[in-house]
Design a protein around this ligand. Structure first.
Ligand code: ADP
Ligand code: ADP
Length: 230
């Protein structure tokens, strides 16, 4: 079964008197273990699409299923529970909690969303910080970390609950070339080892190269779908 399935998907925003058709009749599916990216000019609908797949926003028409659930039918509470149980998010501006250490940021979803016991949380956090290569920075707050280190913390946090699906909106936008490559490599390793599915929106040719499937959006329509560089 596909992990994500969209048919005739539409998203309209009303801005005053104007209706913006952000997504216009889009069809695609994403298979388990996929490494998939959406590309396209600014305003083409990438974030809108990722937000709907992430159950942060609802389709206006058409059908969108994520892990067998129809996104339009999830109420606020059900969507929040579904996200906590199944999804991980990586944002371009990292979205870390400034007053928490790297380790506490990674621990947060395990404590708040999944209510793991303390010993199990500690073990998992240690493992993840090790995996992203910043175990030695565990006690540092975000303002004491470099951009690349913050992004590693964000990736570790997104993976903490072992989500089936990770959504990453421009995850390398603020990183230098080598750090971006390391982060992409890390996500591919997670995919290879644990079968985690990754869906990106990006302008970064390095992600396009690493992806297996590349969908191109233009003005809310899917104008091309093809193989990436890998
Ligand atoms: P991208 O991520 O590719 O830059 P977006 O999904 O952010 O594109 O935007 C697609 C279109 O939808 C744009 O025309 C944008 O202005 C519009 N849009 C996005 N979010 C909203 C919103 N909350 N209200 C009104 N229009 C929006
Ligand atoms: P178990 O559930 O018995 O721990 P798993 O096969 O799920 O076994 O996991 C094996 C190891 O990989 C564990 O150390 C686990 O924490 C780690 N792991 C599992 N899934 C993920 C994931 N999505 N991201 C990162 N690490 C993971």
């Amino acid at each position: 079964m596909s992990l994500v399935m969209a048919t005739g998907l539409e998203k309209h925003y009303r801005a005053g008197d104007v209706e913006v058709h952000a997504i216009r009749g889009v069809d695609f599916s994403i298979e388990p273990g996929g490494f998939v990216c959406f590309v396209g000019p600014s305003g083409s609908g990438k974030s809108t699409l990722l937000n709907m797949i992430g159950c942060l926003d609802k389709p206006s028409a058409g059908r969108l299923e994520v892990l067998g659930r129809e996104v339009a039918r999830l109420d606020r509470r059900a969507a929040a529970d579904f996200r906590g149980a199944n999804l991980g998010f990586v944002f371009q501006d990292f979205n870390l909690v400034p007053v928490l250490s790297a380790a506490e940021n990674v621990e947060y979803p395990l404590r708040m969303v999944q209510n793991w016991p303390a010993a199990k949380r500690r073990a998992r956090v240690g493992e993840l910080l090790e995996a992203v290569g910043i175990a030695d920075r565990a006690d540092k707050r975000p303002d004491q970390l470099s951009g690349g280190q913050k992004q590693r913390v964000a990736v570790a946090r997104a993976l903490a609950t072992r989500p089936r699906l990770v959504l990453a909106d421009e995850p390398t936008a603020n990183l230098d070339h080598d750090t971006a490559l390391r982060i992409i490599d890390l996500m591919r390793t997670m995919r290879d080892e644990f079968g985690t599915t990754f869906v990106f929106s990006t302008h970064d040719p390095k992600i396009v190269d690493a992806a297996e499937v590349v969908h191109t959006l233009e003005d809310g329509r899917l104008v091309a779908s093809g193989e990436g560089g890998s």
